[in-house]
Design a protein around this ligand. Sequence first.
Ligand SMILES: *Cc1c(COP(=O)(O)O)cnc(C)c1O
Length: 376
Amino acid sequence: MKPIDLRSDTLTTPSIEMRRAMANAVVGDDCYGEDSTVQKLERVVADLFGKESALFMPTGTMSNQVALRIHTRPGDEVLTDAAYHIAYFESAQSSDLAGVMLNTCSSPRGVLDIETLERQIATKPRGGNYAQVRLIWLENSISGCGGVVFPLPRLREISSFARTSGYHLHIDGARIFNAAIAEGQPFHAYGECCDTISICFAKGLGAPFGAALLGSAEQIREAKRFRKWYGGALHQSGIMAAGALYALEHNISRLAEDHSNARRLALLLGHSPLLHVSTPDPETNMVYFNLRHDQITAAQFARECAREGVLLFPWTGDVVRAVTHLGITDNDIARAAAIISAVAHRVVKSAPHSSASITGATRIEGEESRCVTPIQ
Ligand SMILES: *Cc1c(COP(=O)(O)O)cnc(C)c1O
C-alpha cells in the first residue's frame, strides 16, 4: 500500500489535468519578455492581491531573498520572528546574499506586535554608525508555530506602524492561501498591508514548482534585476506558469478540506494518552505532536511510523510534524491516526524507563502558546 505522506504539502504530484495544462502551454522566452503564459500568471496574481506588478520565481526562497535585496542595503537590520522561515531556514542566505542582519523577536505563536517591535528597535541607538532598521518581515501562515494565521487586524496595525515609522513591510506568504481561506478574507486584504509579498504555488496549491513576488511596478523592476543576478531568470517558463495557473483555478477553495483534515488528525491523536499534540486545534493544515516519552527522538518516532506506512517530518527534538494536503483523504486521516497511535503504544512499551515517563507531565505548562521551533 502507498504510504500516507504527511511530511509536507510540497509532496503533492501534479494531476493528469495539471500536466495537460502544462504540456499545452503557449510559451516564449521570458528573458525576452515573450512568454505570454508567464505574463498572464503575473497579471492574475498581482490583481488577486491588489498589487501593481508580480514576478514569477522558481522558488519561494528566491522570492524571499530577492525581496530582502530590494528593500535593504548591506548592514541593514531586518526585524522578524525567530520562528519564521527566514530566520530558521534562510538566515545564512540572508547574511550572505543581501548582507543583512536578522534581528529576531520571540512572539507568542509567532504573532508579532508593535510593542515588541518598538522594544527591539530601541535596544540600541539608530542612525549614524548604528545599524539601520529598514524592513519588518512577517510570515503568514506561520509554519514554525503550527500553521498559525497571522490575524489580519494585527497585520493592519503593524502595517500602519511600518508606514508611519518609515519601515518597509514584507510578508512571506508561502502559505498565504491557507491563511486567507482559514480567516475568510480576500487575498487583496493581505496585499494591501504590505509593500511586497511572496506567494508559493508548490505548497498547498499543489503545483510542482513556482512562486511569485508581488509589489509596486518599481519594486518589481528592481526584483527582476536581482532575479537575473541570482540565476532565476528562466526561458520557456510558461510550462511552469501553466501549472501555477491551473492550481490557482482549481486548488484554492479546497484548502478548507486540508484544514478540517488537520483538525480531525489533531483530535484523533489527542485521544492517545501517549501523545502530546502541541496544536490541538490547528488553524490551517499542520499538526505538531510528540511522544510523552523523553527517550525517543522525533527522528526515531518518524522512522517507526514510516515502517508502518505513515511518513512524518521530524521537526526538532522530539516533535514531529504532519501536514495535510491535496490527495490526503478522510480515510487517510483515520488510518494515519490509528497507525501513529499504535506505533506510539508499541514504541513506548518497548523503550527503556517507559513507566516513569508516561505520566504526561513532562511538558511544560503553557507550552501550547509558544512556538514549536526552537527559539535559539
Ligand atoms: C516553503 C517555504 C519557503 C521556501 O519555499 P521554497 O519554494 O521551498 O524555496 C519560504 N517560506 C515559507 C514560510 C515556506 O513555508
